[in-house]
Every structure is written in structure tokens, then in C-alpha cells.
Design a binder for this molecule. Sequence first.
Ligand SMILES: *Cc1c(COP(=O)(O)O)cnc(C)c1O
Length: 854
Amino acid sequence: MAGKEKISTRQPLINNQVYGFIPTDIDGVDDLAELALDLRWSWNHAVDELWYQLDPDLWMETHNPWVVLQNVSRDQLIFQMGNAAFLSKLDEMMKLKEKSRNDPAWFQRKYPISDLKCVAYFSMEFMLSEALPIYVGGLGNVAGDQLKSASDLGVPVIAVGLLYQQGYFRQLIDQFGTQQALFPYNDPGQLPISPLRLPNGEWLRINISLSGYTVWLRTWQVQVGRVKLYLLDSNDPVNMPLHRGITSAVYGGGTDLRIQQEIILGIGGWKLLRAMNIAPDVCHMNEGHSAFLVLERAADFMRENGVSFEEALAVTRAGNLFTTHTAVAAGFDNFSPSLMWQFFGNYAKKELHIDFNDLLALGRDDPHNSAQYFNMAYLAIHGSSAVNGVSRLHGEVSRNLFGNLFQRWPTDEVPVGYVTNGVHMPSWDSVYADKIWTQACGKERWRGHLESVEQDIFTVSDHDLWQFRNDSRYHMINFIRERFQGQTEDAGQSPEIVEMAKHIFNKETLTLGFARRFVPYKRPNLLLYDEERFIRILTNPQRPVQLVIAGKSPPYDESGKALIRQWVQFIKQHNLHKHVVFLSDYDMLLTEHLVQGVDVWINTPRRPWEACGTSGMKVLVNGGINLSELDGWWAEAFTPEVGWALGDGREHGGDPFWDADQAIELYELLEQKVVPEFYNRNKDGIPEQWVAKMRNSMSILTPKFSANRAVREYTEKYYLPAADNYQKRASQKGIAGRQMINTFHDLRKKWWQMRFGQIQIENIEGGYQFKIMVWLNHISHDTISVELFAEGLNGSPNEIIKMEIGGLAENGQDHECSACISTTRPAFHYTARIVPCYANISVPLENNLILWQR
Ligand SMILES: *Cc1c(COP(=O)(O)O)cnc(C)c1O
């Protein structure tokens, strides 16, 4: 049998290595197990039919191959393993798996001899598959999709997260529209994960110290194509009951629990990597939750190289990258000094050999203010060599949020860049989309660079695109009917309503979608501002509209729950069941169906609170069109050719009058643009204007807002330089760190006594020559840069011109600094300043000193 030869060439997977039981004595079952435990098949559906064949019902119910494999009977397995068609498919899948894991991908081809060996990606949540519910929403989405793209592109990433005993809550909506929260238990035996075992079979466990107690952490592995995700949990029977529950729920409990989860993620996560002999060049913190890793990574470097904490931090931060996802200051986690003392009092002394107050200073914008809470984002910034926001606008917002850490610096120079998020297209495209895109661009389209994609979609005919759109909508409506029927049954509705659920919606009607968390800044009830007007739009007999909504409110947030109730009661009161449906239990699976089928995706956040937003990107590949507030990604994606925009591109706070204006603007857009464009058909029944928009949105935006683009950008802009810089600083036991710290102290001691003399300006051809005397107070001139600065005019960037530092002047004390500039601006626009400049440090991130001439 073909299966036998294969097995002999590989390490057999034995029961010892999985959690739960599978009958590995049957030939080929370990191959199945390997496929079931690889989340690649959650986006590449090639293996689905095998699971379907093993147990159609269970597969359709759970979409979890590992559950299918563990529940299927021995007889059925033996039967299928004797079925030639099944076996040959299995064989083909194993070959495909080997190939996709080993073939050189984008990274191997573009950087065949790279120094970047390992990026460790830390995140509190990962949204990879509904079979692994360890996520809440957007943040987990970004982490999951980037991991999948790293696998596609071959970027050497591993990831670290937590395994929660409960996922985020599941939502039930009763007949009155009240959200009920359910917390089913995540049985690790039924999740597509396996324990990490040492070569002798022992389960790898990590121990950390939590306010004086030793806490053991169990370790798990998730295979995501080429990439591995490692998970930690504290539910080890040797732990005290108090500690077993730390990882019980994602973002569960108060700050006391949160700090412990974050210690497990950051410190436990780093220790786990070291226990496996993994030494990442780059640690990427997806949000500040994992920032304690900054401390442990430095502590590790101290122990290995016998250097001080300060020096170790100077070395290791070169390899840390912090991505912030929050648009409001209140969004950052912070902990009281006393809570910090409980968990880090000893750690500061014993592990870092520093004063506890110096540790606290790393989480403050004012180190001298002992009342200030410890801010995790500040720790991440103080421990990184690069910081980025998640859209162009969010980069700008973040520069304002973090301005306090860089006092006297112009806001534009606050060191926060941006990488706009993207989504993993193969995870969100429908079978219909896959067909269209494969026809136009080939099967490998999301794996390399995406430059030609735009041209290729222009070759698809109007007819084919419109057919694709219709097929997608039909398919979704079938799903909606089925799902809604189940939901009405679960809510105990009358048989008439259950029967009616089978017939809601019309397959030819313009279908809008709105699905997201129900929190006030997303304004999920904006469409209900003028109910009568909205009903007229929905029920226009010639040009009807229908809307599918979904979303969870935070479980204890009464105002969020009221917003859901408002929708459900609106539908009921006006008998709009044929036009509007609220689907319960918004999760990855539901998103998938909605983004694949809707014609228009609606997004109404209050600018600038949506740092990026990703749900709207998921409709791009499927031919859906966005109608969105000019916030987050849409602020940089929108042009009239690709969709519709709401708002004036400015901030208005929570002004209720502005909300009202925006609701009216939204109705007008629907009435005057969206609805007519959808229903104006040519003689072949095709809405030409609509299809043109759809084509533009697909071709122009899909590549730009793909996780493929985002991961390549992270790799080239951040990972590669960070790895290089870290390796340089770490070499020779981190000698560079000592030099940097010496320079740092020297500058800080002497900085404020430096003095500028008078500036002399001479007109020269087309500009000026500036000369200024500077007394450097014995600071070495190769550790600083003297610059001329002028604020940019009309939104253009600031002008910064490096001055030449001459030798000592006649007085034997001052240095003459000079620069010639060609400009038409008046000379008084220019001011001299001094900033640190040494050892390739990132300024002002690693040293925020600055001295202005005036
Ligand atoms: C995509 C997605 C999100 C993020 O959507 P936003 O519009 O960015 O809030 C949240 N939850 C689920 C289940 C998703 O699929």
C-alpha cells in the first residue's frame, strides 16, 4: 500500500504526541492526524472532502477535522483506509503538504542568505479558525491573518499566545432581543493543538514566579502551515486553584488577573522559547499586552553575558518591534504601582538588579511622578527600536497619543510609523471568488508580490463579474435562511416564525451587511436615526434593499446590549423580517459567509477611533463594495472609483448633532448613489456602473489591503533591519550596549549646559548660509547632530538640514556650525537644534534629548 512507504520516511506521529486518542495502529491514520492538526486546511479547503467522507454531519457541524478524527468509529476508519479513492486523495494531500511546507517561498527567493532567522510574534489573541476559539475580534484577526500570510510567504515567524479554557463568549439572542452570553469550555483534547513534548516524551512545562509562588505552565503547539504557534496555559493540576484559572478566559477578570495573564504571555512566552532553544532575532509585540517580554529578554541577556540591565536593554531593544492598535489613551493597559510591586518588586531586585522605581519608570511618561500607573504601551516603547500604528491615520493619531514621551519634539517626529493592516485573502474568499481570481491570476496569486493582480482583473468580463456577484449573494442568502431558522428555534420562537425564517430575503435584492462588535464608537444604530426614512429605503417596491446585521456587545455592557435590542425590536415592530435580519453569535464563520455574499459593507465608526478596521477588507476579494466613514484604512483607500465615503475626513468627537448629520448623509448616499447604481441595468441586465466600481475595488484595493502586503512590509521595513541591528549590538557579549549607555549618561549629564551663540545669516544665490556658534560642554561632536529645522508649510513635511560641525573657533571653546540651504522661505523660519546621533540608535525613540536654539 502506498501509505506504508511514506510512513517509513517520516517520524511517525504517535499517540504519545497528541492530546486525546486516535487509533494509530490503523495504517494511514497518523497521516490524517497530521493533516487534521495543520490549520493550513482551514483556508485551503482541499482536504475538506476527506473529513466530510469520514463523518458528514459532524464535519458540517464543527468544521473541526480534529474532532471528526477523534470521534469517528474504528470501523469507518478501516473502511475508508481500504477505499482507493480516499487513499489516493490522502496521498495527494500529504504530498501537497510536504511541498507547501518545503518549497522556497517569497522570502527564501528574495532573501536567500538573510540574517533574519526568527521573528517571534506575541499576541494575546489569535483568530485562525473557529475550531480554535482563542480570540475576541480585530486584534486576533490581525494576528491570525498575518501568521497565515507569513506561512504563505515563508517569512521565518513563530508565534506565542495563551490557551484559554474558555473562548470569548458565545451569543444567544432571545425573542426580546436580549443578548445572553454563554461560555462553553474549550476541551483541549478537541482543539487542533498538541502538547509540546521533550524528546523523552515528557510534557514541556515552564515555571514562572508570581508574587512569590511558582506557577507551572503547560505548553502547546499549533501548526499553521509552515509556521508554528505556541500556546501557554496555567491549568496544570500541580498549581494552586487560584493559579489554575489565570488563563481561564480571554480578557477575563480585572486588572489583577490581566497582569498575571500578561506576565505569562511576556515572561512565560520568552522562557518557553528559550526552553526550546529558540533565540529570536526579532520580537514583535502585537499590542502592548506582551510587553513584559522586554524585561525578560533583557534579563536573559544579562545572565548570559554578565552585563547590567541597562546595557542588556540597550542591546535587546534593537530586536523589539511594537505595534500599537489603540486610538484612545484609555485603551492602554495600565497597572497601579502597588499591583506592580506585588508582581515585580522582587523581580526588579533579583532578576534585573535594579531599583523597583527604575522599573516603574519604564512604564511612565514622567519617571518622577510616583503616582503614575504603569502603562504597558510605554513599556513597549521604552523597550523597542521601532513602533508602528496600523493605518496611515492611526500612525498620526498615535504620534499625538505618545507625544508626552517625547517632550519638546515636534509631533511629526514622534517615532511612530505605520503599516496598514491587511487580511489573508485565501481565508476570506468564497469558492466563487476563488474561481474568478484563479481564472484571472492563477492559483499562486497570494504567495508572492502582487503587482500584476490589478491588470489581471481587468480581463474579466462584465458578465462574468456580475454572475459571480449574483452567485455569491444567492449562496449567502441560503446560509442566512438556514442560520436564522436555527436561531429562531434556539430562541424558542413560535413555529410560524421558524417557518417564516426559511423565506426571508430576496435573492435579487441589493444586500447590505453590517457586522462588528456593538460598542458605541462604531455607532451600530446610526441607520436607525430616522426609522421612517430607513424603512422607505428598505421597502421601496421597485428598488428594495435588505440588510444583514450581526455583532456581540461586551457581555456586561448594558448600553451595548441595548443597541442590539433596538435592532431586534425595530425589525419586529415594523414587521421587517423580509428585509432585515439580526444573526446571532458573530464569529469567524459568520463573518466568512457575510463578507462573501453582501453587495455593500457598511462601516460607521466615529473618526478617528477605528485604528484600522479589517472587516471591510474582507469583502474586497469577494466583489463587495465598501461604504464607510473616512476612518482607519478607508481614509487611505477611498477614491470615488472604488466605493462610497461618509464624513468629511475630520474629527467631531461624540457630537450628537454630527451623528445626526451623518445619519442623513448615509440615507442620502443610499438613496441617491448606492440604490440607483445597483438597479440601473443595461440591456443585458447588468448594472454597468456598479460592476465598474466592483472591478476597481477588487483590482486596486485587494492587493493593497492583503496581509500578504502587510507582512512583506513588516519584513522589509522592520524585521530585516531590526535583526541586523540586534545582531550587531549583541555581538561580543553586547559591548555596543555598554558604549551606548556610557554615551547616553554622558549626554544626559552635560546636555542642558550646551549653549548656542548668535545665528548669522548670509544671503547666497537662491538661499542662505547659516552659521552658528555652539558651546558643546565637552560633548563629543560625533555623538550629536546640529540641525536647522523649519516647520513644513501647507502640510508638507518639516525641513531638517544637518549642519556641519566645524573645529574649535578662535575663542578655543565654541564650534562653528554651518549649512547652506536653497529656499525661498524667509530665514527666520529656520531654527537650530541639537539632537543625539550615535551608534545607529533610533532618535528620539532611544534617546529623546533635544536642545533648541530658541
Ligand atoms: C474581521 C473580524 C473582526 C474585525 O472587524 P472590524 O470591522 O475591524 O471591527 C472582528 N470579529 C470578527 C469575528 C471578524 O471576522
